[in-house]
Design a protein around this ligand. Structure first.
Ligand SMILES: [Zn+2]
Length: 88
């Protein structure tokens, strides 16, 4: 099998079967019920999810969670995450 070589900085999206490059990291703090949207982190912590643009746009935090955007990278990628509705 010929896997294409990828640069070291490349990080694939955490979603199964998604081969897009991750652009940001979601840090899920289960204790605080908070999701922090960070610049792409080079780590592989179990609570960190590295998502591509498409999956970031589709991401919804669990009910009752807060979301915090602390990214310092700006540019063409504008990601607006709608908090989950409180009423079901
Ligand atoms: Zn993806």
């Amino acid at each position: 099998m010929d896997e294409p070589e990828v640069p070291e900085a490349f990080k694939a999206c955490s979603r199964n079967a998604c081969k897009s490059a991750a652009v940001a990291t979601l840090d899920c703090n289960y204790m605080a019920r908070r999701v922090t949207l960070e610049d792409l982190q080079p780590d592989s912590e179990p609570d960190h999810f590295h998502l591509c643009v498409d999956h970031l746009k589709r991401f919804r935090p669990p009910m009752g969670w807060q979301i915090e955007d602390v990214r310092t990278v700006s540019g063409p990628i504008e990601i607006v995450i709608q908090p989950a509705r409180a009423s079901a």
